[in-house]
Design a protein around this ligand. Structure first.
Ligand SMILES: Nc1ncnc2c1ncn2[C@@H]1O[C@H](COP(=O)(O)OP(=O)(O)OP(=O)(O)O)[C@@H](O)[C@H]1O
Ligand SMILES: [Mg+2]
Length: 329
Protein backbone atom coordinates (compact mmCIF):
# COMPACT_ATOMS: atom_id res chain seq x y z
CA UNK A 1 0.00 0.00 0.00
CA UNK A 2 1.42 3.43 -0.91
CA UNK A 3 1.81 6.11 1.77
CA UNK A 4 -0.94 8.13 0.12
CA UNK A 5 -3.35 5.21 0.16
CA UNK A 6 -2.47 4.44 3.78
CA UNK A 7 -3.05 8.07 4.72
CA UNK A 8 -6.39 8.12 2.92
CA UNK A 9 -7.46 4.91 4.65
CA UNK A 10 -6.41 6.37 8.02
CA UNK A 11 -8.31 9.61 7.33
CA UNK A 12 -11.51 7.58 6.98
CA UNK A 13 -11.15 6.06 10.43
CA UNK A 14 -12.90 8.27 12.98
CA UNK A 15 -10.91 9.36 16.00
CA UNK A 16 -13.60 7.87 18.23
CA UNK A 17 -16.34 5.50 17.16
CA UNK A 18 -18.93 4.33 19.65
CA UNK A 19 -21.34 1.59 18.60
CA UNK A 20 -24.38 0.53 20.62
CA UNK A 21 -22.61 1.21 23.91
CA UNK A 22 -24.34 0.01 27.08
CA UNK A 23 -23.19 0.58 30.64
CA UNK A 24 -25.35 -0.75 33.45
CA UNK A 25 -24.88 -0.62 37.21
CA UNK A 26 -26.36 -3.09 39.71
CA UNK A 27 -29.18 -1.37 41.60
CA UNK A 28 -29.89 -3.97 44.29
CA UNK A 29 -32.54 -6.73 44.41
CA UNK A 30 -31.40 -7.98 41.01
CA UNK A 31 -32.38 -4.75 39.30
CA UNK A 32 -30.15 -2.85 36.88
CA UNK A 33 -29.64 0.86 36.38
CA UNK A 34 -29.25 1.52 32.67
CA UNK A 35 -26.95 4.56 32.83
CA UNK A 36 -25.98 4.33 29.15
CA UNK A 37 -28.27 2.31 26.93
CA UNK A 38 -27.48 1.69 23.27
CA UNK A 39 -25.58 4.88 22.49
CA UNK A 40 -23.73 5.31 19.17
CA UNK A 41 -21.75 8.24 17.75
CA UNK A 42 -18.64 9.13 15.84
CA UNK A 43 -16.10 11.95 16.41
CA UNK A 44 -13.76 12.77 13.54
CA UNK A 45 -10.23 14.06 14.04
CA UNK A 46 -10.10 17.71 15.11
CA UNK A 47 -13.83 17.82 15.85
CA UNK A 48 -15.66 18.37 19.12
CA UNK A 49 -18.82 16.56 20.12
CA UNK A 50 -20.71 18.30 22.90
CA UNK A 51 -23.03 16.11 24.98
CA UNK A 52 -25.76 17.80 26.98
CA UNK A 53 -28.56 16.60 29.21
CA UNK A 54 -29.95 16.91 32.72
CA UNK A 55 -28.19 15.60 35.80
CA UNK A 56 -28.11 11.81 35.94
CA UNK A 57 -28.81 11.20 32.25
CA UNK A 58 -25.52 9.32 31.83
CA UNK A 59 -23.11 11.88 30.35
CA UNK A 60 -20.17 11.17 32.67
CA UNK A 61 -20.74 7.41 32.56
CA UNK A 62 -20.80 7.54 28.77
CA UNK A 63 -17.56 9.56 28.59
CA UNK A 64 -15.75 7.43 31.16
CA UNK A 65 -16.78 4.22 29.40
CA UNK A 66 -15.56 5.68 26.09
CA UNK A 67 -12.08 6.26 27.47
CA UNK A 68 -11.94 2.93 29.27
CA UNK A 69 -12.18 4.34 32.82
CA UNK A 70 -15.30 2.19 33.23
CA UNK A 71 -15.89 -1.28 31.80
CA UNK A 72 -18.68 -1.54 29.24
CA UNK A 73 -21.53 -4.05 29.38
CA UNK A 74 -21.88 -4.33 25.63
CA UNK A 75 -21.23 -2.43 22.43
CA UNK A 76 -17.95 -1.22 21.05
CA UNK A 77 -15.62 1.76 21.48
CA UNK A 78 -12.87 2.26 18.91
CA UNK A 79 -10.19 4.93 19.32
CA UNK A 80 -8.27 5.45 16.07
CA UNK A 81 -9.67 2.07 15.07
CA UNK A 82 -8.41 0.33 18.22
CA UNK A 83 -10.74 -1.39 20.70
CA UNK A 84 -10.52 0.70 23.90
CA UNK A 85 -11.75 -2.18 26.06
CA UNK A 86 -9.45 -4.82 24.61
CA UNK A 87 -6.03 -3.22 24.94
CA UNK A 88 -2.89 -4.88 26.26
CA UNK A 89 -1.09 -3.21 29.17
CA UNK A 90 1.43 -1.64 26.77
CA UNK A 91 -1.29 -0.37 24.44
CA UNK A 92 -3.18 1.06 27.40
CA UNK A 93 -0.07 2.97 28.55
CA UNK A 94 0.32 4.55 25.10
CA UNK A 95 -3.43 5.31 25.10
CA UNK A 96 -3.14 7.23 28.40
CA UNK A 97 -0.87 9.79 26.76
CA UNK A 98 -3.07 10.11 23.67
CA UNK A 99 -6.28 10.55 25.66
CA UNK A 100 -6.59 12.90 28.61
CA UNK A 101 -9.40 14.08 30.82
CA UNK A 102 -10.32 17.45 32.29
CA UNK A 103 -12.54 17.14 35.32
CA UNK A 104 -15.57 19.04 36.51
CA UNK A 105 -14.27 20.18 39.85
CA UNK A 106 -10.73 21.60 39.95
CA UNK A 107 -10.96 21.72 43.75
CA UNK A 108 -11.46 17.95 44.01
CA UNK A 109 -9.28 16.80 41.13
CA UNK A 110 -6.02 18.51 42.15
CA UNK A 111 -4.19 17.79 45.42
CA UNK A 112 -4.19 21.21 47.18
CA UNK A 113 -0.84 20.56 48.89
CA UNK A 114 1.05 19.71 45.71
CA UNK A 115 3.30 22.17 43.93
CA UNK A 116 1.98 23.23 40.53
CA UNK A 117 5.30 22.17 38.98
CA UNK A 118 4.99 18.60 40.25
CA UNK A 119 1.42 18.27 39.03
CA UNK A 120 2.29 19.36 35.51
CA UNK A 121 5.61 17.50 35.36
CA UNK A 122 4.18 14.15 36.50
CA UNK A 123 2.90 13.04 33.09
CA UNK A 124 6.12 14.21 31.42
CA UNK A 125 8.08 12.00 33.82
CA UNK A 126 5.77 8.97 33.56
CA UNK A 127 5.82 9.02 29.76
CA UNK A 128 9.54 9.99 29.63
CA UNK A 129 8.88 13.00 27.43
CA UNK A 130 11.84 15.13 28.58
CA UNK A 131 15.53 14.61 27.74
CA UNK A 132 16.70 15.97 31.10
CA UNK A 133 15.57 18.19 33.98
CA UNK A 134 16.20 21.39 32.00
CA UNK A 135 14.04 20.16 29.14
CA UNK A 136 11.32 19.16 31.64
CA UNK A 137 11.41 22.62 33.25
CA UNK A 138 11.17 24.25 29.83
CA UNK A 139 8.11 22.15 28.98
CA UNK A 140 6.38 22.97 32.27
CA UNK A 141 7.02 26.70 31.82
CA UNK A 142 5.71 26.63 28.25
CA UNK A 143 2.58 24.81 29.40
CA UNK A 144 1.98 27.39 32.14
CA UNK A 145 2.25 30.20 29.61
CA UNK A 146 0.05 28.34 27.17
CA UNK A 147 -2.81 28.17 29.66
CA UNK A 148 -2.40 31.81 30.69
CA UNK A 149 -0.57 31.32 33.99
CA UNK A 150 2.60 32.98 35.19
CA UNK A 151 5.80 30.89 35.20
CA UNK A 152 6.40 32.06 38.78
CA UNK A 153 3.29 30.09 39.73
CA UNK A 154 5.20 26.83 39.27
CA UNK A 155 6.56 26.79 42.79
CA UNK A 156 3.33 27.63 44.55
CA UNK A 157 0.94 25.14 46.07
CA UNK A 158 -2.42 24.46 44.42
CA UNK A 159 -4.41 25.75 47.42
CA UNK A 160 -3.14 29.27 46.71
CA UNK A 161 -5.11 29.42 43.47
CA UNK A 162 -8.68 30.33 42.56
CA UNK A 163 -11.07 27.90 40.82
CA UNK A 164 -10.42 29.32 37.37
CA UNK A 165 -6.65 29.19 37.89
CA UNK A 166 -6.91 25.63 39.18
CA UNK A 167 -8.79 24.63 36.07
CA UNK A 168 -5.97 26.17 34.00
CA UNK A 169 -3.52 24.00 35.99
CA UNK A 170 -5.73 20.97 35.23
CA UNK A 171 -5.66 21.83 31.53
CA UNK A 172 -1.85 22.23 31.58
CA UNK A 173 -1.58 18.86 33.30
CA UNK A 174 -3.75 17.24 30.62
CA UNK A 175 -1.75 18.85 27.81
CA UNK A 176 1.64 17.90 29.30
CA UNK A 177 1.62 14.50 27.57
CA UNK A 178 0.69 15.95 24.14
CA UNK A 179 -2.70 14.27 23.95
CA UNK A 180 -4.70 13.96 20.75
CA UNK A 181 -8.06 13.59 22.45
CA UNK A 182 -9.56 15.43 25.43
CA UNK A 183 -12.55 14.28 27.42
CA UNK A 184 -13.82 17.41 29.20
CA UNK A 185 -16.47 16.57 31.80
CA UNK A 186 -18.29 19.82 32.60
CA UNK A 187 -14.96 21.66 32.95
CA UNK A 188 -16.64 24.98 33.67
CA UNK A 189 -19.69 24.19 35.75
CA UNK A 190 -17.87 24.58 39.08
CA UNK A 191 -16.51 28.01 38.08
CA UNK A 192 -17.87 31.55 38.42
CA UNK A 193 -19.90 32.63 35.40
CA UNK A 194 -17.36 35.38 34.67
CA UNK A 195 -14.57 32.80 34.43
CA UNK A 196 -16.52 30.21 32.41
CA UNK A 197 -16.15 31.97 29.05
CA UNK A 198 -12.39 32.42 29.61
CA UNK A 199 -11.88 28.69 30.11
CA UNK A 200 -14.10 27.83 27.11
CA UNK A 201 -12.12 30.27 24.96
CA UNK A 202 -8.84 28.79 26.17
CA UNK A 203 -10.01 25.27 25.32
CA UNK A 204 -11.24 26.41 21.91
CA UNK A 205 -7.86 28.06 21.15
CA UNK A 206 -5.91 25.00 22.26
CA UNK A 207 -8.18 22.76 20.24
CA UNK A 208 -7.52 24.77 17.09
CA UNK A 209 -3.77 25.09 17.71
CA UNK A 210 -3.23 21.40 18.39
CA UNK A 211 -5.97 19.94 16.18
CA UNK A 212 -7.38 18.23 19.27
CA UNK A 213 -10.45 16.04 19.16
CA UNK A 214 -12.80 16.56 22.07
CA UNK A 215 -15.75 15.04 23.85
CA UNK A 216 -17.18 17.97 25.78
CA UNK A 217 -19.87 17.43 28.37
CA UNK A 218 -22.13 20.20 29.61
CA UNK A 219 -25.32 20.57 31.60
CA UNK A 220 -27.09 22.91 29.23
CA UNK A 221 -26.87 24.19 25.71
CA UNK A 222 -25.68 27.73 26.42
CA UNK A 223 -21.96 27.00 26.76
CA UNK A 224 -21.36 24.23 24.22
CA UNK A 225 -22.55 26.09 21.13
CA UNK A 226 -19.25 27.74 20.25
CA UNK A 227 -16.92 24.92 21.09
CA UNK A 228 -18.86 22.03 19.52
CA UNK A 229 -18.97 20.99 15.88
CA UNK A 230 -21.71 18.51 16.69
CA UNK A 231 -24.00 18.20 19.68
CA UNK A 232 -25.65 15.14 21.15
CA UNK A 233 -28.60 15.43 23.52
CA UNK A 234 -28.93 12.66 26.10
CA UNK A 235 -32.01 11.73 28.06
CA UNK A 236 -32.06 8.93 30.61
CA UNK A 237 -29.26 6.89 29.07
CA UNK A 238 -30.34 7.40 25.44
CA UNK A 239 -29.09 9.78 22.76
CA UNK A 240 -32.31 11.48 21.62
CA UNK A 241 -30.89 13.94 19.09
CA UNK A 242 -27.55 14.51 17.40
CA UNK A 243 -26.75 17.18 14.89
CA UNK A 244 -24.21 19.70 13.63
CA UNK A 245 -24.15 22.39 16.29
CA UNK A 246 -25.43 25.32 14.21
CA UNK A 247 -28.35 23.27 12.91
CA UNK A 248 -29.37 22.02 16.35
CA UNK A 249 -29.84 25.57 17.58
CA UNK A 250 -31.60 26.68 14.39
CA UNK A 251 -33.86 23.67 13.97
CA UNK A 252 -34.23 21.32 16.92
CA UNK A 253 -36.50 18.34 16.26
CA UNK A 254 -36.86 16.53 19.55
CA UNK A 255 -39.35 18.03 22.05
CA UNK A 256 -36.71 17.56 24.76
CA UNK A 257 -34.12 19.53 22.79
CA UNK A 258 -36.73 22.25 22.21
CA UNK A 259 -37.30 22.48 25.94
CA UNK A 260 -33.57 22.62 26.70
CA UNK A 261 -33.08 25.31 24.07
CA UNK A 262 -35.93 27.39 25.39
CA UNK A 263 -33.99 27.70 28.65
CA UNK A 264 -30.87 29.14 26.98
CA UNK A 265 -30.63 32.87 27.67
CA UNK A 266 -30.69 35.14 24.59
CA UNK A 267 -28.79 38.44 24.66
CA UNK A 268 -31.37 40.29 22.53
CA UNK A 269 -34.22 41.36 24.91
CA UNK A 270 -36.83 41.54 22.08
CA UNK A 271 -36.08 38.03 20.86
CA UNK A 272 -35.97 36.86 24.45
CA UNK A 273 -39.41 38.30 25.19
CA UNK A 274 -40.97 36.71 22.11
CA UNK A 275 -39.63 33.27 22.84
CA UNK A 276 -41.78 30.89 24.83
CA UNK A 277 -40.09 29.05 27.66
CA UNK A 278 -41.09 25.40 27.58
CA UNK A 279 -41.40 24.08 31.09
CA UNK A 280 -40.91 20.34 31.43
CA UNK A 281 -43.56 18.45 33.39
CA UNK A 282 -42.49 16.29 36.32
CA UNK A 283 -39.03 14.95 37.10
CA UNK A 284 -36.62 12.74 35.20
CA UNK A 285 -37.86 9.16 35.84
CA UNK A 286 -35.55 6.64 37.49
CA UNK A 287 -33.08 4.91 35.18
CA UNK A 288 -33.73 1.74 37.19
CA UNK A 289 -37.26 1.52 35.94
CA UNK A 290 -37.46 3.69 32.84
CA UNK A 291 -40.65 4.03 30.74
CA UNK A 292 -41.07 1.19 28.27
CA UNK A 293 -41.36 3.17 25.05
CA UNK A 294 -39.79 6.56 24.57
CA UNK A 295 -38.07 7.47 27.83
CA UNK A 296 -39.22 11.06 27.52
CA UNK A 297 -42.91 10.22 26.94
CA UNK A 298 -44.16 11.02 30.45
CA UNK A 299 -42.85 14.57 30.24
CA UNK A 300 -43.51 15.23 26.56
CA UNK A 301 -46.28 17.61 25.51
CA UNK A 302 -46.49 15.89 22.11
CA UNK A 303 -46.70 12.33 23.44
CA UNK A 304 -48.71 9.91 21.24
CA UNK A 305 -50.00 6.40 21.95
CA UNK A 306 -47.08 4.71 20.15
CA UNK A 307 -44.57 6.62 22.31
CA UNK A 308 -45.71 4.71 25.41
CA UNK A 309 -44.99 1.28 23.98
CA UNK A 310 -42.34 1.54 21.28
CA UNK A 311 -38.89 2.99 21.67
CA UNK A 312 -38.11 5.33 18.74
CA UNK A 313 -34.88 4.57 16.87
CA UNK A 314 -32.32 7.31 16.16
CA UNK A 315 -33.11 8.23 12.56
CA UNK A 316 -31.36 10.59 10.14
CA UNK A 317 -33.85 13.36 9.29
CA UNK A 318 -31.45 15.53 7.29
CA UNK A 319 -27.73 15.24 6.48
CA UNK A 320 -25.95 14.44 9.73
CA UNK A 321 -29.01 15.33 11.85
CA UNK A 322 -30.40 12.39 13.83
CA UNK A 323 -33.45 12.27 16.07
CA UNK A 324 -35.14 9.53 18.08
CA UNK A 325 -38.80 10.58 18.11
CA UNK A 326 -41.98 9.01 16.67
CA UNK A 327 -43.07 12.43 15.38
CA UNK A 328 -40.55 11.96 12.58
CA UNK A 329 -40.83 8.25 11.84
N1 LIG B 1 -20.59 3.94 40.10
C1 LIG B 1 -21.93 3.99 40.01
N2 LIG B 1 -22.68 3.05 40.62
C2 LIG B 1 -24.03 3.06 40.52
N3 LIG B 1 -24.73 3.98 39.82
C3 LIG B 1 -24.03 4.95 39.19
C4 LIG B 1 -22.59 5.01 39.26
N4 LIG B 1 -22.19 6.08 38.53
C5 LIG B 1 -23.30 6.67 38.05
N5 LIG B 1 -24.40 5.98 38.45
C6 LIG B 1 -25.79 6.31 38.08
O1 LIG B 1 -25.86 6.34 36.66
C7 LIG B 1 -26.71 7.38 36.22
C8 LIG B 1 -25.94 8.30 35.32
O2 LIG B 1 -24.97 9.00 36.10
P1 LIG B 1 -23.93 10.02 35.47
O3 LIG B 1 -23.04 10.47 36.55
O4 LIG B 1 -23.30 9.39 34.28
O5 LIG B 1 -24.88 11.20 35.00
P2 LIG B 1 -24.51 12.66 34.49
O6 LIG B 1 -25.35 12.90 33.29
O7 LIG B 1 -23.04 12.78 34.32
O8 LIG B 1 -25.02 13.59 35.67
P3 LIG B 1 -24.44 14.99 36.22
O9 LIG B 1 -24.90 16.03 35.24
O10 LIG B 1 -25.08 15.15 37.53
O11 LIG B 1 -22.94 14.89 36.29
C9 LIG B 1 -27.25 8.06 37.47
O12 LIG B 1 -28.52 7.51 37.76
C10 LIG B 1 -26.23 7.68 38.53
O13 LIG B 1 -26.83 7.64 39.80
MG1 LIG C 1 -21.59 14.02 35.21
Amino acid sequence: MTDELRERKYAQIPELEVRNLCKYFPAGKGRVLKAVDDVSFVIRKGQTLGIVGESGCGKTTCGKTCIGMLMKNSGEVLFQGQDVHGMSKKERFAFTSKVQMIFQDPYASLDPHQKVYNIIAEGIKVHKLAKDRKDEEGQVMRLLEMVGLNTEHANRNVHEFSGGQRQRIGIARALSVNPEFLFCDEPISALDVSIQAQIINLLAELKAERNLTMLFIAHDLSMVKHISDNIGVMYLGNMVEMSPSVELYAKPYHPYTEALLSAVPIADPDASEKRKRILLRGDVPSPVNPPEGCRFCERCTKCMEVCRTKRPPLKEVSAGHFVACHLYS
